[in-house]
Write a protein that binds this ligand. Structure first.
Ligand SMILES: [Ca+2]
Length: 84
């Protein structure tokens, strides 16, 4: 009786371990999070929240489309976070 219980627990443990592997690679999850308001191919900025400022991202002079949810393009010329 007891050995059967131990065997059942072992099988459950194997199932749990094999099903706990990450299903989505982190890189893929990140690319699906890019906000379409910033469509440059080398730019990937997630939609808010949180609301980001230019000082919190590495991109400069990138394309911005309405509605610009992060307000990176304060002067509305279609270019975000211009270098000054
Ligand atoms: Ca601008």
């Amino acid at each position: 009786m007891i050995p059967k219980i131990l065997a059942a627990i072992s099988i459950l443990g194997i199932i749990f371990l094999s099903s706990s592997q990450p299903q989505i690679p982190p890189a893929l999850a990140q690319t699906t999070n890019c906000d379409p308001a910033y469509p440059d191919p080398d730019v990937c900025i997630p939609s808010p929240p949180p609301d980001l400022d230019c000082g919190e991202i590495e991109y400069r002079n990138f394309t911005v489309l309405p509605p610009d949810p992060h307000r990176f393009d304060g002067d509305e010329d279609g270019i975000g976070c211009e270098k000054r």
